[in-house]
Each structure stands twice: as C-alpha cells, then as structure tokens.
Write a protein of this length. Structure first.
Length: 135
C-alpha cells in the first residue's frame, strides 16, 4: 500500500497516514465481499452487525501491525510569478502481514460462530471460515 503527499514541509507523516487509510479501505472492501457471501447464502438479513464487528476487530489488529517498508521523496521546483517555489513529494510504502491478517480473520469468525444463535448464519460463517483456511 502506498501513500502520497505533496507538501512544503519535509515530513512523510501525512503520506504514512494516507497509506494506512489505504489499508483500512482494503479491509473494509474485503469485509464487504466476504460477508456478502454470507448474506447471499440463504438470503440472511442482519449480517451488517457481523460485518461491522469483523471490520472493527480486524482493523484493530491489522492496523497496529502496519509496517513502514520504504520512504521515497523528491524535491520539485515550480516556476511561479514570484520565482521558484520548492515543495516535496513523499511516497510511503507500508505492508501488512498476510499470515497475521488471516489469523485475525479466522479468530474473529470463530468468535462470531460461537456467539451465533441463528443456525443458518452459523453454517454460513463456517463455510466462510473454511474458505478462508484454503486461501
């Protein structure tokens, strides 16, 4: 995941935050796709609560494990009416550990299955868990 910032300051802080935001968007999209399958399995309603719980649990564990891999910056000069203005373009590369993400996902889904009173949802979550194990 890459974050970018164009700034007059010499810092990569905002670019890092953008990269972390990209990770968060990825997790949200992944959750939507996974739980869409649960919803479609038997036209089960009220999966939104499970999806939100999943996003919250996965985000907490994954975002704390985001690792800054590399930083690249370049100085850019622009000619303006007032002369040459310089600014910096920062790129920050971050990563998440796939194994840690998968473990967190499986743990979250297992907890949801154990708390589930609706048998259809529990079966759908079990199928989802098995599918994740194979990935």
């Amino acid at each position: 995941f890459v974050g970018q910032d164009t700034s007059f300051q010499r810092t990569d802080r905002y670019a890092y935050q953008v990269a972390v935001s990209e990770v968060s968007q990825f997790l949200n999209t992944r959750a939507s796709k996974l739980y869409q399958r649960v919803e479609k399995s038997k036209n089960i309603d009220n999966v939104d609560i499970l999806r939100e719980e999943y996003i919250q649990n996965i985000s907490q564990s994954t975002l704390t494990g985001v690792q800054k891999k590399d930083v690249y910056w370049e100085k850019v000069n622009r000619i303006t009416d007032d002369g040459i203005k310089s600014f910096y373009r920062y790129y920050v590369l971050v990563s998440i550990r796939k194994k840690a993400l998968k473990q967190s996902e499986l743990r979250t889904i297992k907890d949801q299955i154990e708390k589930q009173s609706n048998e259809d949802i529990a079966k759908a979550l079990n199928r989802l868990k098995e599918r994740l194990k194979k990935q």
